[in-house]
Design a protein around this ligand. Structure first.
Ligand SMILES: [Mg+2]
Length: 344
């Protein structure tokens, strides 16, 4: 490094609250991901740490206890923002406290409703003022039918509000991929012809709830999915880091649409604490660290592979994104989306 170049800032410089997704960022299955716990604990020495989860079936206190068991020792229930809590934020804007609300979901959702000052019911016969729907393993036809009865009147004809905690299509289980809340919301939608208002990622309410709770002025959101985590943070005006320890892989990063491009790309959470190299452009050349690529018509040419795969990916993504062209129009060398990163 020459006398005249400033060392680059780290992704955490100036950040007052780190907000992290859980699955694929903190843990995968039963265990913590490599380097996640110590990197987050270190990030939390100087700023607030919060956790954002679309999962509506676990209470904040249960999530906090799980995180403490994994080694995030200082985690309290109020550090966890769940999609049912974000749903309460939406409900407060539409329905006065004390009203009766039909629940499709589990105890976690009933708990949040009562905490927010509402009366929970399971029957459309109780003339509910709204329907709130979240995932629980026991949700079946009988609960979905109650929602359909309560939502029979279209909203424009005076029908009641319908709020979904989240619309994840699937939910990973030990035996495979199972239908998630989005699939169950879709069943009601098909029956009544109405659309739910959604609280969880990638919609804004869950991010707004986190920022408001922590009074964060310069938060950083960390996620592993472009279409929910990164798109949601971007829509909420929050800087984001995509970590390559979960769902999305380098090829997805290169192809990311303009609405879901992270501020930072990291291989694992240690890199939050490392200087983040700037993107340099010189003529046709786009460089990050010792890696350089050049766009030549439909070809993306690797000029210098460099010594860090993540820098080559960062350079490739910056070059492709800057063109404003869709990924389908390019011939991309395989080395550019090599995937030496940790996968759960
Ligand atoms: Mg995730």
């Amino acid at each position: 490094m020459s006398l005249f170049s400033r060392p680059s800032a780290t992704p955490l410089d100036g950040v007052d609250a780190v907000l992290a997704d859980l699955d694929g960022v903190v843990y995968a299955g039963p265990g913590a991901l490599p380097h996640a716990i110590e990197s987050l604990n270190r990030a939390g020495e100087k700023r607030r740490l919060g956790y954002i989860t679309n999962n509506a079936s676990r209470r904040d206190s249960v999530v906090a206890e799980h995180l403490r068991e994994l080694g995030l020792e200082a985690t309290r229930p109020e550090d966890v923002i769940t999609s049912p809590q974000a749903a309460m934020r939406l409900l407060r804007d539409r329905v006065p406290q004390g009203a009766t609300v039909l629940v499709v979901g589990g105890d976690g959702l009933v708990h949040e409703l009562e905490k927010a000052g509402y009366v929970a019911t399971r029957s459309a016969d109780d003339a509910p003022a709204a329907v709130v729907q979240g995932f629980a393993p026991e949700v079946g036809w009988a609960q979905l039918a109650e929602a359909a009865y309560a939502l029979a009147t279209p909203e424009e004809d005076g029908g009641i509000p319908w709020i979904a905690t989240n619309t994840d299509w699937t939910i990973p289980q030990a035996r495979g991929i199972a239908p998630g809340n989005g699939t169950l919301v879709s069943a009601v939608h098909t029956a009544v012809g109405r659309l739910a208002t959604v609280a969880g990622k990638p919609e804004r309410p869950i991010f707004d709830e986190a920022v408001a709770r922590f009074g964060a002025e310069r938060p950083l959101f960390i996620g592993d999915r472009l279409d929910t985590d990164i798109a949601g943070a971007q829509a909420a005006g929050i800087r984001s880091a995509l970590v390559l320890t979960g769902i999305d892989r380098p090829k997805h990063v290169l192809a990311a649409p303009a609405t879901s491009r992270p501020t930072y790309i990291v291989g694992d959470l240690r890199e939050l604490h490392e200087p983040y190299p700037e993107v340099r452009t010189k003529g046709e050349l786009t460089s990050v660290g010792r890696s350089s690529v050049r766009i030549d018509g439909a070809d993306i040419v690797i000029v210098e592979e460099g010594d860090r795969p993540v820098d080559l990916l960062r350079a490739g993504a910056a070059a492709i994104w800057a063109t404003g062209r869709a990924i389908y129009g390019f011939r991309v060398p395989e080395r550019l989306y090599a995937d030496p990163f940790h996968r759960p």
